[in-house]
Design a protein around this ligand. Structure first.
Ligand code: ADP
Ligand code: NI
Length: 209
């Protein structure tokens, strides 16, 4: 079931350039498995949740409900049992960040997949994804006249009307505090530290130092 699902997700997401490509799923699935082992969670639910977490995204479907339906049909198609289907669907329908953070995840498995997704938005990879997303939205790197703002409206967030550097303040630097699991928190700490160091060097270089 997992192998078939990997192939399905690869077909759906291959070549997506806004940071939601197959390799994002590959990394999130790997971090998910690492955390799941540490937290003694249900590995099957975690792995399937991680693989499918972006398939229902609004960016890939006309609306979220249609995306969720696509995932449900897929799970039935590969013979996943009803209880597991409910758990997996519950995870992917509640976890998106959407600029403001949704309701807390109900299950341990959901908490783990959400942590893994957030961890992939942090650190060296998170920085790369931020600049890739910015480029795709014609957003500039930085403007010293734009003061760092923690709050960006849903519309500004959706349309990418902020700078790449501002994205650190509106999202990346907040993620550490949002981690659900102990192991996720530990991983987030290192990545957070790295982003702080990156910004320090960035601003120095900006002024020619
Ligand atoms: P996810 O739900 O996987 O966190 P998003 O769709 O919110 O993904 O974003 C995809 C990637 O692009 C993430 O790494 C995110 O931090 C980055 N990103 C999202 N919005 C912006 C933005 N306005 N400016 C720069 N990067 C962004
Ligand atoms: Ni994701």
């Amino acid at each position: 079931m997992i192998l078939q699902t990997e192939k399905f997700v690869f077909r759906e997401l291959n070549g997506e350039a806004s940071g939601h490509d197959w390799w994002h799923i590959y990394r999130v699935t790997k971090i998910t498995k690492t955390i799941a082992q540490q937290e003694n969670a249900n590995l099957f639910i975690c792995e399937m949740g991680a693989l499918l977490h972006d398939i229902a995204d609004e960016k890939l479907n006309s609306n979220e409900a249609e995306g969720i339906e696509k995932v449900r049909e897929w799970l039935i198609h590969v013979n996943v049992d009803e209880t597991s289907i409910s758990s997996i669907i519950e995870i992917i329908s509640t976890m998106s960040f959407k600029g403001g953070g949704g309701p807390p995840m109900k299950t341990l498995e959901g908490k783990i997949v959400q942590d893994a997704d957030r961890l992939d938005a942090m650190g060296a990879i998170g920085i790369a994804r931020t600049f890739a997303f910015s480029g795709a939205k014609n957003q500039i790197i930085h403007d010293p006249n734009i003061k760092p703002r923690e709050h960006v409206t849903k519309e500004e967030y959706r349309t990418g009307k902020t700078t790449a550097i501002n994205h650190f303040y509106e999202k990346l630097l907040k993620l550490k505090e949002l981690m659900n699991t102990d192991y996720g928190k530990k991983l987030a700490e290192t990545k957070h530290q790295y982003m702080e160091e990156y910004l320090e060097v960035f601003f120095k270089e900006w002024e020619g130092e």
